[in-house]
Design a protein around this ligand. Structure first.
Ligand SMILES: Cc1ncc(C[n+]2csc(CCOP(=O)(O)OP(=O)(O)O)c2C)c(N)n1
Length: 678
């Protein structure tokens, strides 16, 4: 079936180039890739040389972009999922005229501080949409970008949001498991503006693909609800025709482009030897002869550069038309679109949070923090329309879907809740893609133990500095009967080890609300909210306008008099620490309790503030998890009450007793630290 033609926002494809012109333009990519890799003495020339025809057709005839405005919201997105082929995108960006991508930057390929790092990094290089290198991630990010496009088009109209997401994916991308999650979701949601160009060169690092893989990718994509075809990936007209057909489709499209890795290299073309090392002077000389490219290294002939630069200007008029359409929108709609694209939070948010805090103060709730999170989301998502929620098939357990939220479906992309299916990795990567697209703040859920299934994407969100929020419930042995397979033990420590990731473990309803506020305010930091399955008392009573979690740690229950011991805890164990404080008081020992909802925010405090909250008294920490990481707060000589092994299957109260995570144990640890008999 053929979809409706897209609106005027699309750029009409440029007329066919002569084959000779095309070849010279593609050879410019090949030459820059060979030369830059040779100069750096490292890198991957094979992919850019093989896929140069695909990139030339895409960038000069289809891709809608404006080098003068790399962040133009309605640009097409191009994702080089096979990030090792980075010279392909650097060469293309230089040739089409992105100012920042000078020839000098190409000459500094893979050098410190250059715009041409080994693998593309979106936060370094204008024109790079996402950070790729870990295979499969880019493809899955692109699904999120395509989702974001469909949703924002449904909200703001296709005159403002109407663009295509293109991916160049390699054999490695398609062998990775994440690709299955991504393509299944894209096919299910009929993301017809997603076009994957598969660099079907049959070669990976170890040699021919036949060593390890015999999947029929066309059949595989078709089975997932895509259009899929096979073409000659060195034939520009075949590439152009396939892209034209893809643009008219009502399904996502995969085009398997048969290419020769290292195309043009006399002895290494078609071989793994061209994949990931410099070709060498003789091979490059031979390639220049074979390709008819007589220029010196890094030299692009004027006629070729002129054609490329002209291609870079193709969308100028389209961009101007789009500017006019945006300007003609009613002021409130335009303002809302621009606000979302900037990533500013709406003014209504703080009021909504304040009102709910007020309510919690008046009617304290004994509830699980996952339920507290749902209550927070009821208020927050009503105030922040750019929040798109979801869950990896644990909606009722993660409490991420509020009553007002409609599901996003292929029939209605305006919905704000995504049923990701049992696809944690694909979900986390799609969330990254949505955040990178701009205009959306994605949040989603699964069990904390399954952060292991999302970790590569969470790590990339942290590296890229993207605001994505992971609601991770069932955060300890407190989940009970499901047992050790489901009980996270080392996960908090493992997540805290990722730089630029805020790991929140709130202790009650009020802290949960405050942590949500902090997660939303962290524009360049992803967050994990670790939440309980089991009910917890509300510890914060009375209205406290200050967001106390913002300091990362604070005294939640002061000592009666001079503190003789400090008890540190997070989440569900804060209530246990407060119980221990009472037991200690009965023994005449004054203890203070410090809640530590976020290590990272604590470590970001000025030294004096950090010292003040940590204090000088002897220290005990309690957390139903491994000790790793805690020594930075309590020191290696302090007491720790927690887990040192996997959990077990039993009702959670029995487990807390069995593993000794109780007020009595905490009080006992404090007394022995003070040299007193428990
Ligand atoms: C998740 C992940 N695993 C392993 C690698 C290391 N690696 C880089 S490229 C590659 C495979 C190369 O084959 P292909 O994807 O077909 O690329 P081509 O040889 O065509 O350039 C591997 C294993 C990686 N980048 N990411």
């Amino acid at each position: 079936m053929i979809a409706k033609p897209s609106t005027a926002a699309a750029v009409a494809p440029t007329a066919q180039q002569s084959r000779a012109d095309h070849d010279r333009m593609a050879n410019a990519i090949r030459a820059l890739a060979m030369d830059a890799v040779e100069q750096a003495k490292s890198g991957h020339p094979g992919l850019p040389m093989g896929a140069a025809d695909i990139a030339t057709v895409l960038f000069t005839r289809f891709l809608k972009f404006d080098p003068a405005d790399p962040a133009w919201p309605d640009r097409d997105r191009f994702v080089l999922s096979a990030g090792h082929g980075s010279m392909l995108i650097y060469a293309a960006l230089h040739l089409v005229g992105y100012d920042a991508m000078t020839l000098d930057e190409i000459k500094r390929f893979r050098q410190l501080g250059s715009l041409t790092p080994g693998h593309p990094e979106n936060f370094i290089t204008p024109g790079v949409e996402t950070t790729t290198g870990p295979l499969g991630q880019g493809l899955a990010n692109a699904v999120g970008m395509a989702l974001a496009e469909r949703h924002l088009a449904a909200v703001f109209g296709s005159e403002i949001v109407d663009h295509t997401t293109y991916v160049l994916a390699s054999d490695g991308d398609l062998m990775e498991g994440i690709s299955q999650e991504a393509i299944a979701l894209a096919g299910h949601l009929k993301l017809n503006k997603l076009i994957v160009l598969f660099d079907d060169n049959g070669i990976s690092i170890d040699g021919p693909l036949s060593l390890a893989d015999s999947v029929d990718q066309v059949k595989r994509f078709e089975a997932c609800g895509w259009n899929a075809s096979r073409i000659d990936g060195q034939d520009p007209e075949a590439i152009a025709t396939a892209i034209e057909q893809a643009k008219a489709s009502d399904k996502p499209t995969m085009i398997a482009c048969k290419t020769t890795i290292g195309y043009g290299a006399p002895s290494k073309a078609g071989k793994a030897s061209s994949h990931g090392s410099p070709l060498g002077a003789d091979e490059i000389k031979g390639a220049r002869e074979k390709l008819g490219w007589s220029e010196a290294p890094f030299q692009i002939p004027t006629d070729v550069l002129t054609k490329w630069r002209a291609a870079g200007q193709r969308a100028k008029a389209t961009h101007k038309d789009w500017d006019r359409r945006l300007a003609a929108l009613p002021a409130d709609k335009r303002g809302e679109f621009e606000r979302r694209m900037r990533g500013d939070l709406p003014g209504a948010l703080n009021g909504a949070i304040r009102a709910l805090k007020d309510k919690f103060a008046k009617e304290p709730k004994e509830t699980a923090t996952r339920v507290a999170s749902e209550l927070a989301l009821e208020a927050i998502t009503a105030a922040v329309p750019e929040m798109i929620g979801g869950s990896a098939d644990l909606t009722g357990s993660n409490n991420t879907r509020t009553k007002a939220m409609q599901a996003m479906t292929a029939a209605d992309y305006s919905g704000r809740f995504i049923h990701y299916g049992v696809r944690e990795h694909g979900m986390a990567a799609a969330m990254n893609g949505m955040a990178l697209h701009r205009g959306i703040i994605p949040y989603s859920g699964t069990f904390l133990v399954f952060t292991d299934y999302c970790r590569p994407s969470i790590r990339l969100a942290a590296l890229m500095g993207e605001r994505v929020i992971h609601v991770m419930t069932h955060d300890s042995i407190g989940l009970g009967e499901d047992g050790p397979t489901h009980q996270p033990v080392e996960h908090l420590a493992a997540l805290r080890a990722i730089p630029n990731l805020n790991v929140f473990r709130p202790a009650d309803t009020v802290e949960t609300l405050e942590c949500w506020q902090l997660a939303l305010q962290a524009r360049e930091t992803p967050s994990v909210l670790a939440l309980t399955r089991q009910n917890l008392p509300q510890l914060r009573k009375g209205l406290d306008e200050q967001n106390r979690c913002a300091a990362g740690a604070y005294e939640i229950s002061p000592a009666q008099g001079q503190a003789q011991v400090s008890l540190f805890a997070t989440g569900s164990e804060v209530a246990i620490a407060i119980e221990a404080q009472k037991l200690l008081a009965e023994k005449g020992v004054a203890a203070r309790v410090v809640s530590v909802p976020c290590f990272e925010l604590l470590f970001a405090q000025p030294e004096a503030a950090r010292r003040a909250v940590i204090g000088d008294a002897p220290k005990i920490a309690v957390e139903a998890a491994v000790r790793q990481g805690w020594d930075a707060i309590i020191g290696s000589d302090s007491g720790f009450v927690g887990m040192s092994d996997f959990g077990a299957s039993a009702p959670y109260k029995d487990l807390y007793k069995h593993f000794g995570i109780t007020a009595e144990k905490v009080a006992g640890a404090a007394l022995s630290k003070l040299g007193k008999r428990p």
